[in-house]
Design a protein around this ligand. Structure first.
Ligand code: URA
Length: 203
């Protein structure tokens, strides 16, 4: 994992302020604001997506757009109470390209994921989750520090050097791109992956 800059992040408010000012990669310059994670501290489960989308960038909250609504539905179907999770992203700013007036999502480059990784690690240190879910390849790369293909690893728990386990699954926005006739089966497969984490919520 890359060396972390010399800074001390002791609260989510400090993380928010520091990521707002971050220009370690070019995305910070084009986004409206940084979007850090939200949810329960010491959550049994912290879910990590790719980066804020259009709505998240405008509203300043993670997973509030279409992918977030789908994620909420899948968590409910998997028996995971969202209010007991912490939800965040590997990259804290929205990367997009303008097509006319539309802001089209662009995937972050490997060097941009790496530049943001220390903020995610600060966040994990603050939240102290019981386990992690990587929603898609960007999150898996950031959390595990190496390329981790989703299809070969989905539904599996992979260990990090700090002992935290990472459940790898799809990014919910991948489901939004599935052909309508296959969407229900894809949603069920996603819920099946998430159910691997459901035992963390049983008393
Ligand atoms: N996609 C993500 O990865 N994160 C969000 O917050 C929204 C969409």
């Amino acid at each position: 994992m890359p060396e972390r800059p010399d800074h001390r992040i002791t609260s989510l408010a400090a993380l928010r302020a520091a990521t707002m000012a971050c220009r370690e990669c070019p995305i910070g310059e084009i986004a409206t604001q940084s979007v850090i994670g939200e949810g329960r501290l010491q959550a049994p489960l912290m879910l990590v997506g790719e980066q804020p989308g259009d709505q998240e960038d405008l509203q300043g909250h993670p997973f509030v757009g279409p992918a977030g609504k789908l994620l909420a539905r899948a968590l409910q179907a998997a028996g995971i109470p969202r209010e007991q999770t912490f939800v965040s992203n590997a990259v804290k700013h929205f990367k997009f390209e303008l097509r006319g007036k539309r802001r089209i999502h662009k995937s972050p480059a490997v060097r941009e994921i790496a530049a943001c990784q220390h903020w995610l690690e600060d966040e994990i240190a603050l939240v102290r989750p019981g386990a992690l879910v990587a929603l898609g390849a960007t999150a898996a790369r950031s959390l595990l520090g190496r390329a981790t293909p989703v299809n070969a690893n989905r539904g599996q728990w992979l260990p990090r050097p700090d002992g935290l386990q990472v459940l790898v699954t799809l990014h919910p926005s991948a489901l939004l791109r599935v052909d309508p006739e296959d969407r229900e089966a894809a949603f069920e497969a996603f819920v099946h992956d998430l159910r691997q984490a459901q035992r963390l919520f049983r008393s």
